[in-house]
Write a protein that binds this ligand. Structure first.
Ligand code: ADP
Ligand code: TZD
Ligand code: MG
Length: 584
């Protein structure tokens, strides 16, 4: 360059192009600004680059083999962390695959955000047949707590903020966020973009209960002869562990944990009434629900379970219900003392109102429960000590029970029918939020998604206790587990089918019966296929050796536990819900 030209250039510097940002970066920056550092996803148009850039920008991106499992992972992450779990999918089919998880999260009150790329609005709205065309926002709306769409880059900050607030405030749930493909490539001035982002202040504000509502509840408890506390997964989610412990221990009231509330107090706690469940539900006079709904899992608060004559009849109980949702009370039976607010604030207020001289629950009630519990536990110990050949649910679960006792920090994921019902009662939990399962819907397919999230979010060992049918819904995610080298040990309870492996085709034809699978399937080879460890275990000793090694090493492992194919019962413990049982 000539000296003259050089001089001219330095005299009139070219104006710097203004720094710009784009939709991709604004979404990432908005998430980061709100302390979200993990995305569960499945790539494809229009989100492939988004996921690449996210990883480049330091986000943890966990890529799945099917969107339902990415969505389930986001839901579990939400439950475990109180931050909305984030799932990204492609449009139409990917979105629909993720939608089951979104609806399930909403049903379970887990906070998550399903973000789906969508096709061109102009074409979708005129139904002109775009690539993966679908009016996703309209479809998502009735299946989640809230649904939003962002059309302009400058609204990304607001869109993410609204999605976060909707997911975690009040009763948590699933939120859908629609991001059309065009949005990602939109650019705007970088400084203005930065300014447009919102750091959500106090996303799940405390909700303090009214003092008269607290007093009403405490008065009921005070005069109860046979009080009972039921802890639900809302109580686990709330992370108010010390307040809940104080309530239970200072009141001396026996308590029942719902499945995902197990471990909130250790299952071997002297006030646990789990081993006397039927007795306490039938006989209690005042029942305090803490983050638990009176839905089918609690027989709707009515009928024989609750000591009433017919299935439609409410029992002679007084109910206290602590819940953040003001419309939950009276949903099934009359609630005498609703306490509306967040569980931490409500339980702390109740404990405060109990005062220092609270008389513990009547001892004739608590000792009757203790007697029952001891009897039932002794019976169970006998059953667990048996060593039948082939293994049954009890002898196999006893091994897992011991492992969890030795490693109470391990997270248990559980699905299936018999495999679920037996594991829930046999495998004691000792720490809060260590058990993830089929939840309110009793849905199969949560297994590997929940397991991946639990491992990613907590770094703790995960033991997934899976019916062979249940496992099939998400089994391909074994590749994901191996790819990220996660400390997950899957134990498949292989009884050759759904409930049992013994059904036969009544016509005598060659097609298998609808509930049975290939006999002696080698599930362990699935993990081996991706470089993980696979073991076939036919005895408790083999199962124990493999499980102990898996938990110790943290190596992805699948144990194919061979279970007596005759051992299960139809539908596990909900046989009565079969239409045929209803008919009878
Ligand atoms: P379970 O299946 O364990 O019985 P449910 O899912 O039926 O539990 O009930 C959970 C309840 O907890 C829901 O009614 C929900 O509104 C409530 N909940 C969730 N989070 C909170 C919270 N932080 N404070 C108060 N209630 C909560
Ligand atoms: N599909 C979905 C999504 N959820 C469901 N709950 C079912 C189907 C029906 N279902 C159950 O409720 S349990 C179950 C199915 C298919 C599987 C039971 O078989 P399993 O367990 O092998 O997992 P056990 O131990 O053999 O009973
Ligand atoms: Mg089975």
């Amino acid at each position: 360059m000539s000296a003259v030209l050089e001089q001219a250039e330095s005299a009139t510097p070219t104006p710097q192009a203004p720094a710009t940002t784009d939709g991709w970066h604004l979404v990432i920056d908005a998430l980061k600004l709100n302390d979200i550092d993990t995305i569960f996803a499945l790539p494809g148009i229009p989100i492939t680059d988004f996921l690449r850039i996210s990883q480049a920008e330091g986000m943890k991106v966990i890529s799945f083999r099917h969107e339902q499992h990415a969505g389930n992972a986001a839901a579990a992450a939400g439950f475990l962390t109180q931050k909305p779990g984030i799932c990204f999918t492609v449009s139409a089919p990917g979105f629909l695959n993720g939608l089951t998880a979104l609806a399930n999260a909403t049903t379970n009150c887990f906070p998550m955000i399903l973000v789906s790329g969508s096709s061109e609005r102009e074409i979708v709205d005129l139904q002109q047949g775009d690539y993966e065309e679908m009016d996703q926002l309209a479809i998502a709306k009735p299946l989640c707590k809230a649904a939003f769409r962002v059309l302009h880059a400058e609204d990304i900050g607001v869109g993410i903020a609204r999605a976060i607030r909707a997911a975690v405030s009040g009763r948590p749930g699933g939120v859908y966020l629609d991001l059309p493909a065009k949005l990602f490539a939109q650019t705007m001035d970088a400084a203005a973009g930065k300014k447009s982002l919102i750091k959500v202040v106090d996303p799940a504000p405390k909700q303090i209960p009214a003092q008269d509502a607290v007093q009403r509840a405490v008065n009921l408890l005070k005069h109860a002869k046979k009080p009972l506390i039921i802890l639900g997964k809302g109580a686990a989610y709330a992370q108010a562990d010390e307040d809940i412990r104080a309530l239970v221990e200072r009141s001396g009231i026996p308590y029942l944990p719902m499945s995902m509330a197990k471990g909130l107090l250790p299952d071997n706690h002297s006030q646990s009434a789990s081993a006397a469940r039927s007795q306490v539900l039938a006989e209690a006079d005042v029942v305090m629900l803490v983050g638990a709904r009176l839905n089918w899992l609690l027989s709707h608060g009515k009928g024989k379970t609750w000591g009433a004559g017919s299935q439609k009849e409410p029992g002679q109980k007084k109910f206290i219900q602590v819940d953040i949702s003001p419309t939950e009370a009276d949903s099934n039976v009359a609630i005498d003392a609703p306490v509306v607010g967040d569980i931490g604030s409500c339980v702390a207020a109740i404990v405060a109102a109990m005062g220092p001289d609270w008389a513990k629950a009547p001892s004739d009630w608590t000792s009757a429960i203790a007697d029952k519990r001891e009897k039932n536990q002794a019976k169970m110990a006998e059953t667990l000590a048996k060593n039948p050949v082939p293994m049954n649910f009890h002898s196999a679960l006893n091994v897992i029970r011991n492992q969890v006792k030795a490693r109470p920090d391990a997270i248990v994921v559980n699905e299936g029918a018999n495999t679920l019902d037996f594991a829930r009662s046999i495998v004691d939990m000792y720490e809060p939020r260590k058990r993830l399962d089929v939840g309110t819907w009793g849905i199969m397919g949560i297994g590997m998604g929940f397991a991946v999230a639990a491992a990613v979010v907590t770094g703790k060992p995960v033991i997934a206790i899976e019916g062979d049918s249940a496992f099939g819904f998400s089994g391909m995610e074994c590749e994901t587990i191996c790819r990220y080298n996660l400390p997950v040990c899957v134990v498949v309870f292989n009884n050759n089918g759904i409930y049992k492996g013994t059904d036969v085709n009544p016509t005598g034809g060659k097609d298998a019966a609808p509930t049975v699978f290939v006999k002696d399937a080698r599930y362990e080879m699935l993990m081996q296929a991706f470089g993980g460890h696979g073991v076939r275990a036919t005895t408790p000793a083999e199962l124990e050796a493999a499980l102990t090694e898996a938990v110790k090493s943290g190596r992805p492992t699948l144990i194919n536990a061979i279970i007596d194919e005759t051992a299960g019962t139809e539908s596990g413990r909900i046989t009565s819900l079969n239409p045929n049982a209803k008919k009878k």
